[in-house]
Design a protein around this ligand. Structure first.
Ligand SMILES: [Fe+2]
Length: 172
């Protein structure tokens, strides 16, 4: 998976304007039951675009963050399905369920349809999920809009280096 950093998303772009639009932030806070939500202060990771090209995929995992907000922007020609097994973290059968899913058991696996324009507010810490392998010339594009309950939060420098190969903006 590649990622287009926030400083490469133009000031006039609809995506940046959407991210900076306070009613969206309020709406997401209301859905999550969080009264104070802040935009992320990370110069690269505040709002970025996940890019999966031909052959790209993201294996089964739980997220570190409690929730994530993504926008289904462009579906690939094939694959790129978002599959998930909801609310299994902390379940007494967690290990058995994860083992079965990794073994190819599809009984509990759900698939979210990739409908362009869908805003997804997702609790990835509790829900096992993956993106299946993408095929074809058209990349799968999914912006990630990052919010936090405290102001001024950023990714660590290690994470920024890992995702974008640098820690500051290109002009800094
Ligand atoms: Fe994830």
């Amino acid at each position: 998976m590649g990622s287009v950093p926030y400083d490469r998303i133009g000031d006039d772009s609809s995506l940046r304007q959407l991210y900076l639009w306070d009613p969206l932030k309020s709406f997401i806070g209301a859905v999550l039951g969080k009264s104070r939500l802040h935009r992320f202060a990370d110069p690269l990771g505040a709002c970025s675009v996940n890019v999966f090209v031909d052959g790209g995929e993201h294996g089964w995992h739980f997220d570190e963050s409690e929730f994530s907000v993504t926008l289904m922007l462009q579906a690939p020609e094939s694959g790129g399905a978002f599959e998930y097994v909801p609310r299994i973290r902390g379940n007494h059968e967690e290990e058995a369920i994860v083992a079965a899913v990794l073994d190819g058991d599809r009984a509990r696996v759900l698939e979210l349809p990739f409908t362009e324009g869908t805003l997804l507010i997702f609790g990835g810490r509790q829900t096992l999920h993956r993106v299946t392998r993408v095929g074809g010339a058209r990349p799968r594009l999914v912006p990630v809009l990052t919010y936090a309950e405290r102001p001024g939060l950023k990714n660590s420098e290690t994470v920024r280096k890992l995702f974008w190969g640098r820690t500051g903006t290109e002009n800094a």
